[in-house]
Design a protein around this ligand. Structure first.
Ligand code: FES
Length: 103
């Protein structure tokens, strides 16, 4: 699947990600050398993987993710934790904006 990643400085990159490796979006972004700390290792506990996700067809957040998002000072309707999102066909054409760096 292909999607676009927007960084806080305004730069935009189109990435192609494999759907058959069981990766989370956080793992893929980190492996692509985006500055995501992922301090908690993908447990929905640190929110350093916070993104804005638009034009995607992905499962709704589970309670752990919603609870974590609730604690953030800066949340949007499109906010997600990228560690809780699997790379799947629903991400094709999505727009992802890295938000953690702004907090
Ligand atoms: Fe910690 Fe996603 S990596 S909340």
């Amino acid at each position: 699947v292909k999607f676009t990643v927007n960084e806080p400085d305004g730069s935009q990159t189109e990435l192609e990600a494999p759907t058959d490796m069981g990766l989370s979006l956080m793992e893929f972004l980190k492996a692509s050398e985006y500055p995501i700390q992922a301090t908690c290792g993908g447990m929905a506990l640190c929110a350093t993987c916070h993104i804005r996700l638009e034009n995607a067809d992905v499962p709704e957040p589970e309670d752990a993710e919603l609870d974590m998002l609730d604690t953030l000072p800066y949340v949007e309707d499109e906010s997600r934790l990228s560690c809780q999102i699997r790379i799947a066909d629903g991400l094709h054409g999505a727009s992802i904006t890295l938000l953690a760096a702004e907090e």
